[in-house]
Design a protein around this ligand. Structure first.
Ligand SMILES: [Zn+2]
Length: 282
């Protein structure tokens, strides 16, 4: 059987290239990093030397995929024009960094339509995604991640994500499926063989399974339908070992990298979580 790729979000303290060493230490085969500070609007662009170092360093490790995660502040669906314009610029900058270092794509949260109607927010989001992609020529994908739902969250159903996907109309748009968020948004009551099949049948119909670029493999501290985003270590949350085993039962997910964002013992994904997922996937 083909081995599943399990990766992790890792720190880049000390330079972007340091991600690979941290990944290897915990046994991660794919990485997600922040291309610049996740807490700032303005991105610090890496120098040419830093980009070269990153690419050269990558060759020493067996890392299959590199993803960037966008800044926390980003909200392309916001009715506040300052927030919207800053979000758009931030995504342009971070997607540029992805392109510069040869990353596969930039994963971002779709956002929340505070201050405008849902249809205005969807239109704004679609136009902005088109602009971001056209402003950053290249191969790196702009990747929408599903949310834990609730409030004015946009793209809180597969159908609405599909609408965003189709209306943006770019093959450089991708999707990241977060196992905790989908559960928290109430897309499934629990992950079972049947509910997983049904979910990804719908995903395939509305979005196209070939557009799934990454899975965020997170357990959830909160219940299904809680709309409350709290990641838990693999097997220690409400998704549980049985939930991950059910997800694994869908062969369509076997070729996708599974990226952990779980807390570990507080510092983020660790070897214990990777081993746990490997054990479940056996
Ligand atoms: Zn996530």
């Amino acid at each position: 059987m083909k081995k599943i790729i399990i990766g992790a979000h890792v720190s880049t303290a000390g330079g972007l290239y340091t991600a690979f060493d941290r990944a290897q230490l915990i046994g991660a085969e794919a990485v997600q990093i922040f291309g610049s500070s996740p807490r700032a609007w303005r991105a610090k662009m890496p120098t040419k030397e830093e980009c070269e170092k990153f690419k050269k360093e990558r060759e020493k490790y067996s890392i299959s995929h590199v993803f960037l995660h966008a800044a926390y502040l980003v909200n392309l669906a916001s009715g506040n024009s300052d927030i919207f314009l800053n979000s758009k610029q931030s995504l342009i900058d971070h997607l540029s960094i992805a392109e510069m270092i040869g990353a596969d794509g930039l994963i971002f949260h779709i956002g929340s339509s505070k201050g405008i109607t849902r249809s205005e927010a969807l239109l704004q989001e679609i136009e902005a995604m088109r602009e971001i992609i056209s402003r950053v020529p290249g191969k790196a994908k702009l990747i929408m991640e599903n949310t834990a739902g609730g409030g004015d969250k946009v793209g809180d159903s597969i159908k609405e994500m599909g609408e965003l996907y189709k209306k943006t109309g770019s093959d450089r748009l991708g999707i990241c499926f977060d196992t905790a968020h989908a559960f928290e948004a109430g897309w499934v009551e629990s992950y079972t063989k049947d509910s997983v099949k049904k979910l990804f049948d719908e995903f395939d119909k509305e979005i196209g399974i070939e557009n799934l670029c990454a899975i965020h493999a997170n357990d959830s501290m909160t219940d299904s339908g809680s709309y409350h985003d709290r990641h838990a270590n693999i097997g220690e949350g409400k998704v549980g070992e049985t939930g991950f085993r059910a997800l694994f039962s869908d062969k369509r997910l076997h070729s996708i990298p599974w990226i952990l964002e779980v807390p570990g013992v507080g510092d983020g994904p660790d070897r214990k979580n990777i081993d746990e997922l490997n054990k479940i996937f056996k």
